[in-house]
Design a protein around this ligand. Structure first.
Ligand SMILES: *Cc1c(COP(=O)(O)O)cnc(C)c1O
Length: 388
């Protein structure tokens, strides 16, 4: 089976983890801060706060921006459920903005209309969460201009996009947002097994997120409301969580990060080969934004056949041929949990049409030319079988 994604672990990754296991600290030692510094330098941002998943990063990012009961968060329906769930963790409600049918990112045009209506109805969201779908940046300049106009905060869900660029700046620099989050799940660009990070240019937000990741507890006497009782003393100032990343994870993250460019270059190279090989097939290829460089977490094609029934058949035939295709994503608003809140079929037509046609082809740095040819041949055969 050719998987749709796979981590790339070498001896230096393995040795880094072993060295931590032989050291004094397995958690709360020097490696997490070292990893945070390395991330901040890599994406050119002031602060980075490492946590045990991108889901945790989304949660503390939303909390640090003050999201709570009565507030609203908007994201896109074509994302992993975590981008929406983070609002519910804070007691807020969720709504969605339909996608751009070319890029599969949140449509800035749809956002503009929806914000105007929300403003008129007095129901503006507090936060919007655009997602860097497949590794390509949304139209952040336009989204930021709209957010500024209506006083809305932005969290970029860049789970797919470490190593990507937008208008000459690394994604994660927060030039167009309050906070950016990355995921280090093994299928993503670099991995810490489980893990995530939130980046920001704002010290207050970063300190708040650090507090929330560790029970809301501080040992900083400046923040305490009475003099320290002694060297053992700490105070709990907020209701926080245990969202800490371990030292082993951070060590793996440090060595993985040194190969970020290599991974992203290779992914872009493979994507270009896919483009060429797929040219003659009735599928649409990922659209490139000239202002952005994708990290190519995913290579997504849309089947152009008028017969939407073939999507599932082609998918199943590819799987049967040993090709680990996938679908990213089932529209979040159509999950039973979200339908129970009143969302329904027809609410976000572009997202729903996309879902009927999209297939993610395998893409990972160690993929060989023969793997890639096998994927394209299998796809071609399956499409021919259905007279496409
Ligand atoms: C993977 C992913 C997440 C969640 O990441 P975890 O690290 O697994 O919590 C959130 N949003 C998007 C878009 C993702 O792809």
């Amino acid at each position: 089976m050719i998987p749709y994604g796979r981590q790339n672990i070498n001896d230096s990754d393995i040795n880094a983890v072993i060295n931590v296991l032989k050291s004094d600290y397995l958690t709360q030692g020097p490696v997490v801060p070292k990893f945070e510094k390395a991330i901040a330098e890599k994406v050119n941002v002031k602060r980075a706060v490492a946590v045990n998943s991108a889901t945790a990063a989304l949660h503390i990012a939303a909390l640090s921006l003050g999201l709570s009961k009565g507030d609203i968060l908007w994201t896109t329906p074509i994302t992993f459920v975590a981008s929406a769930n983070c609002a519910l963790y804070c007691g807020a409600t969720v709504d969605f903005v339909d996608i751009d049918p070319q890029t599969y990112n949140m449509s800035a045009a749809a956002l503009e209309i929806k914000l105007r209506h929300a403003y008129e109805a007095g129901k503006l969201p507090k936060i919007i969460v655009p997602v860097h779908m497949g590794g390509q940046s949304p139209d952040m300049e336009k989204i930021q201009a709209l957010a500024n106009l209506y006083g809305v905060k932005i969290i970029e869900d860049a789970s797919h996009a470490i190593g990507a660029e937008y208008k000459g700046k690394p994604v994660g620099s927060c030039f167009h947002s309050d906070i950016t989050i990355f995921s280090f799940h093994p299928v993503k660009i670099i991995t810490t097994a489980e893990g995530g990070v939130a980046t920001t240019c704002d010290d207050i937000l970063a300190d708040k997120m650090k507090l929330l990741r560790s029970h809301g507890i501080t040992r900083d006497t400046v923040l305490m409301d009475e003099p320290s009782h002694g060297p053992w003393y700490y105070q709990q100032l907020e209701l926080g969580f245990n969202y800490r990343m371990t030292e082993m994870q951070a060590a793996l993250g440090c060595t993985q990060l040194t190969r970020l460019e290599e991974f992203v270059d290779r992914r872009n190279e493979l994507a270009e080969i896919y483009d060429t090989l797929l040219e003659q097939l009735p599928v649409s290829q990922p659209k490139r934004d000239l202002d952005a460089r994708s990290s190519f977490h995913l290579y997504i094609v849309r089947l152009l056949s008028k017969n939407s029934g073939i999507h599932r058949q082609v998918f199943e035939e590819l799987r049967a041929a040993g090709i680990g295709v996938n679908v990213h994503y089932i529209p979040v608003h159509l999950q039973p949990f979200y339908r129970a809140m009143g969302f329904k079929n027809g609410d976000f037509p572009e997202a729903e049409n996309y879902y009927k046609q999209a297939i993610s082809l395998p893409l990972y740095p160690a993929m060989s030319m023969s793997d890639l040819n096998q994927v394209v041949c299998s796809l071609e055969q399956s499409l021919k079988k259905h007279n496409c």
